[in-house]
Design a protein around this ligand. Structure first.
Ligand code: FUL
Length: 472
């Protein structure tokens, strides 16, 4: 019985574009629009472009700070709900071309894409389906035509785009306009113009984790029911007000388990749909001068990082530029601290100095494969029972973090694992958990030990371990 569900589950594997995004792990969101000048979170579409004048705008300063934090990409809000465009779109006058900034000759999207290339970051775009300014919104096809025309501009004019972030939020009330988006047409446009681009949230490639507070499920599965991909497209389930309490909302118990064997047993159709955790470095998505001293503490951000990136999810961290067009020094300082923390905490792999023994391996997949992050992986020859990987050091080491990674090309297979350390010659269990997937980070107490034993106690067929990292 178990075997048959497991065989079905491991057939669900990521696409190349999903694999590339999962590999990116940690990337930036940049929220910037007329709201930056009105001190609001949601503009209502009546803002005059005359207020947009970020005199010191320097996208290279953003890119430098983002790279310094150890991030790999940046997603820019090219158009938010207020409908104002950060690029000179040919399909509306409500753009940077109508602003005093650079005499109407500027293009924030171009400057950001260029800065990302210079700093080795991948570039992504956020284009809000909900548009409170454009009169075509709510008219059906004319609005879809407009949306597709803008999407085409963004996907053809600015080089490679790794992500299209489609927000499900819509605050139109009972008497508001109703636009039934032609999602399939949007998706076809993306696939045709940028086949490597993942469509996030209201799309088939990357799923919203379900909250904006930086909360991750203890078991964040990537194989989930196909219908999960429709959740954010249902307006009533999505965000309907800009009430700050929405940003504090954590995961509800009813959606805690999306992908255990039990949750999937009766499901007809399954998909690979990895989670992304999005939160802001400050309380708001946009810059508010009153929040300059409310940048989240380093400990909080590291906690979110280790639970998201280290919990089989991607981490999308928002940093809002000020009305000058620069990241505020407080945010820049915090980004630098994050980078320093990651470089020092995950720099030196103690596994390099350890000897390695493991359950008998499948030919060509010895345990030595876990020493590097390359494409090779360790796989036990036997599909049944517990898999063990045992590390020994000549001199005891203090372990504070253990990193496990699976080879996702074989789906996610680990259902349950445990870690044991040596105490006076005896193995003592120090941690246990469920999902590994792309990456699991496990925190230990830092006490010295001469040995560590990794036990995969339950798996969907033989597990495939790609990498193990041990850090002091
Ligand atoms: C939400 C939006 O309503 C917020 O303003 C913000 O853009 C956030 C990332 O997504 O749905």
């Amino acid at each position: 019985m178990q075997q048959s569900i497991d065989r079905r589950l491991v057939q669900i594997v990521p696409s190349e574009r999903q694999l590339r995004t999962q590999e990116m792990e940690f990337y930036a969101f940049v929220h910037f629009t007329v709201n930056t000048f009105t001190d609001r979170e949601w503009g209502d579409g009546t803002e005059t472009p005359a207020i947009f004048d970020p005199r010191k705008l320097d996208a290279r300063q953003w890119a430098r700070a983002v790279r310094d934090a150890g991030m790999t990409g940046l997603i820019l809000t090219c158009k938010h709900h207020d409908g104002f465009c950060l690029w000179p779109s040919r399909h509306t006058a409500h753009t940077v071309a109508a602003t005093p900034w650079k005499g109407g000759q500027g293009d924030v999207v171009a400057e950001t894409a260029e800065a990302c290339r210079e700093y080795g970051l991948r570039f992504g775009v956020y284009l809000s389906p909900w548009d409170r300014h454009d009169p075509r919104y709510g008219t059906g096809k004319p609005y879809d035509d407009y949306f597709v025309a803008q999407l085409t501009e963004l996907l053809t004019g600015y080089g490679d785009v790794f992500a299209l972030w489609l927000d499900g939020a819509c605050g139109e009330g009972a008497n508001g306009k109703k636009q039934y988006y032609d999602w399939e047409r949007y998706y076809d446009t993306v696939r045709r113009l940028q086949p490597d681009c993942c469509i996030h949230i209201c799309g088939p490639d990357v799923r919203w984790c379900g909250n904006e507070a930086g909360d991750t499920r203890p078991s964040e599965w990537s194989v989930v029911p196909a219908r999960t991909a429709d959740t954010e497209k249902v307006a009533s389930l999505s965000q309907q007000t800009d009430d700050p309490s929405f940003r504090q909302r954590t995961i509800k118990a009813w959606d805690l388990d999306l992908g255990s064997r039990e949750a999937l047993r009766e499901e007809q159709e399954l998909i690979w749909y990895p989670a992304e955790v999005n939160t802001s470095i400050r309380p708001g998505w946009y810059w508010h001068p009153a929040e300059d001293d409310q940048v989240k503490p380093l400990e909080k951000l590291i906690d979110i990082y280790e639970k998201s990136v280290g919990g089989n999810a991607m981490f999308l961290l928002n940093i809002p530029p000020t009305d000058e067009g620069l990241f505020h020094p407080n945010d820049v300082a915090r980004l630098h601290e994050i980078g320093e923390y990651l470089r020092t905490s995950y720099g030196q792999n103690l596994l390099d100095a350890a000897s390695l023994e493991a359950s008998p391996a499948l030919e060509g997949h010895s345990a030595e494969c876990i020493r590097t992050k390359d494409e090779s992986w360790y796989q036990p020859a036997c599909e049944e029972g517990e898999t063990q990987v045992i590390l020994h050091w000549q001199e005891p080491v203090a372990i504070r973090r253990v990193v496990l990674m699976e080879q996702l090309r074989l789906s996610q297979r680990v259902e349950r694992f445990a870690l044991d350390v040596l105490r006076q010659g005896q193995w003592v269990q120090a941690a246990e958990g469920t999902v590994v997937g792309h990456k699991r980070i496990i925190r230990l107490d830092g006490a010295e030990t001469a040995g560590l034993r990794i036990r995969i106690t339950d798996a969907r067929l033989a597990p495939a371990l790609r990498f193990v990292g041990i850090y002091g």
